[in-house]
Design a protein around this ligand. Structure first.
Ligand code: DAT
Ligand code: MG
Length: 140
């Protein structure tokens, strides 16, 4: 398996509950390395661009409002098979379906307020990383 990078967001429901460190501990325990990280408040335009793939979905407005409702921590994670591995560590989108030991099982509050984002494929990871980080901000 190849060394990969994936894009992660610790979402506003998690930063509000002071869970950045707890989530980072789960990421690192899974063998993923945090090679870039910053805390930001997304603009509405940034959130709409980031989730553009979902713009026709009924929950799009709610999703954007939530993502700009408070600070987020954006991250680049690196490791062997990082994209699939982080999806596993996150757990299912709806915490009711998330496996024991996953971030969403432990911390998510609902399908909308589900604590973390992780890229779903190499192409989306590259686009998402480039939306928030310059190359020289990522230190592997
Ligand atoms: P994931 O974040 O697991 O990749 P996704 O890409 O299908 O899930 O959806 C992006 C986000 O949109 C998800 O994290 C939370 C929100 N969302 C998805 N389905 C939803 C629903 N049925 N109701 C409310 N929000 C939803
Ligand atoms: Mg997704």
């Amino acid at each position: 398996m190849a060394l990969e990078r994936t894009f992660s967001i610790i979402k506003p429901d998690a930063t509000a509950r002071n869970l950045t460190g707890a989530i980072n501990a789960m990421i690192e325990a899974a063998g993923l390395r945090i090679v870039a990280q910053k805390r930001v408040k997304m603009t509405r335009e940034q959130a709409e661009t980031f989730y553009a793939v979902h713009k026709e979905r009924p929950f799009f407005g709610e999703l954007v409002d939530f993502m700009i409702s408070g600070p987020v921590v954006v991250q680049v994670l690196e490791g062997e098979g990082a994209i699939a591995k982080y999806r596993e560590v996150m757990g299912a989108t709806n915490p009711e379906n998330a496996a024991e030991g996953t971030i969403r099982k432990a911390h998510a509050q609902s399908v909308g307020e589900n604590s973390v984002h992780g890229s779903d494929a190499p192409e989306t990871a590259a686009v998402e990383i480039a939306q928030f980080f310059a190359g020289n901000e990522i230190v592997g």
